[in-house]
Design a protein around this ligand. Structure first.
Ligand SMILES: Cc1cc2nc3c(=O)[nH]c(=O)nc-3n(C[C@H](O)[C@H](O)[C@H](O)COP(=O)(O)OP(=O)(O)OC[C@H]3O[C@@H](n4cnc5c(N)ncnc54)[C@H](O)[C@@H]3O)c2cc1C
Ligand code: FES
Length: 250
């Protein structure tokens, strides 16, 4: 992990309430799919955690939903040429074993962004089946990136685009034919809970990336702790954010 002063290259709206920010580091940073950055902004004592969506040498892209004061300020004040303080790369990231060839990725909401990174990382060596869920058509973004895999199902809650239903329902409709060796997922807790019960008993290794509120992002403040199944705690920023689905209480 290191702290860098990055230069904003582009910061633009890509869907309803969603922006994409690309910044340049001083040099190339090796980033694994599922790792994240902590973005510092002037006037905010706490940095904001955002998953890496694309890492291309010294260029890093994150995508963020306008949520509170921090993300709104990021969108309004950080135009091309501005400087940003960034901690990266953070967290463990997704891991797909050599023998796991068929990979299902299941994302919902802002959880699709770390999964785009996974699709980019594994598209050349694995068969990727992507199930990506959005609220409605206006929220759909990064379709080109999601299409890099073998198959893509875009699901919308209201049926205004693609499959009418959730990403987990879409996965379960084809799980018998796709037969994934491993499932990678990120999304809101209700989605992760639905996935957990849907795959229970199927013996498919399933990994989830958690989004907890964070303070430091580097394991020091304990703001992000979650409960481990069977007792004990884990720091989402340092021990995660990716966990085996049975390892943590969700
Ligand atoms: C590992 C990780 C990866 C993430 N990746 C993305 C991503 O790729 N795209 C995206 O849109 N969002 C992502 N989030 C959520 C994002 O960090 C929050 O939406 C953002 O911090 C909200 O900041 P705010 O100031 O606009 O909102 P406010 O609600 O005003 O934030 C107040 C405080 O709460 C924290 N906070 C609020 N919501 C969250 C949350 N869901 N998770 C963690 N901290 C939160 C903020 O960091 C800040 O310290 C990720 C969170 C984590 C932990
Ligand atoms: S955010 Fe400080 S320990 Fe995880």
């Amino acid at each position: 992990m290191r702290e860098i002063i990055a230069t904003v290259l582009e910061n633009k709206r890509i869907a309803e309430n969603i922006h994409s920010l690309t910044f340049a580091c001083e040099e190339a940073v090796p980033v694994r799919a599922g790792q994240f950055v902590m973005i510092g902004m002037n006037g905010f004592p706490l940095r904001r955690p955002l998953a890496v969506c694309k890492a291309e040498g010294e260029r890093i892209t994150v995508c963020y939903q306008l949520k509170g004061e921090g993300t709104r300020r990021l969108a309004s004040d950080y135009k091309a040429g501005e400087k940003l303080s960034v901690l990266l790369p953070l967290g463990n990231g997704f891991y797909v074993a050599e023998e796991e060839k068929r990979v299902a990725v299941v994302g919902g909401g802002v959880g699709i962004f770390p999964l785009i990174s996974a699709i980019r990382q594994y598209a050349d060596t694995k068969e990727i089946y992507a199930y990506m869920g959005f609220r409605n058509r206006a929220a759909v973004c990064m379709e080109y990136e999601m299409r890099r895999g073998r198959e893509l199902v875009i699901a919308t809650d209201d049926g205004s685009f693609g499959y009418h239903g959730t990403a987990v329902q879409a996965l379960m409709e084809s799980i018998g034919s796709v037969k994934p060796d491993v499932i990678l997922s990120c999304g809101p807790l209700p989605m992760l809970r639905a996935l957990k019960s849907a795959v229970a008993g199927r013996k498919i290794p399933t990994y989830v990336s958690l989004e907890e509120r964070m303070g430091c992002g580097i394991g020091a403040c304990l703001v992000c702790v979650c409960e481990k199944t069977g007792g004990g705690h884990a720091r989402v920023c340092r021990d995660g954010p990716v966990f085996e689905i049975g390892e943590v209480e969700i």
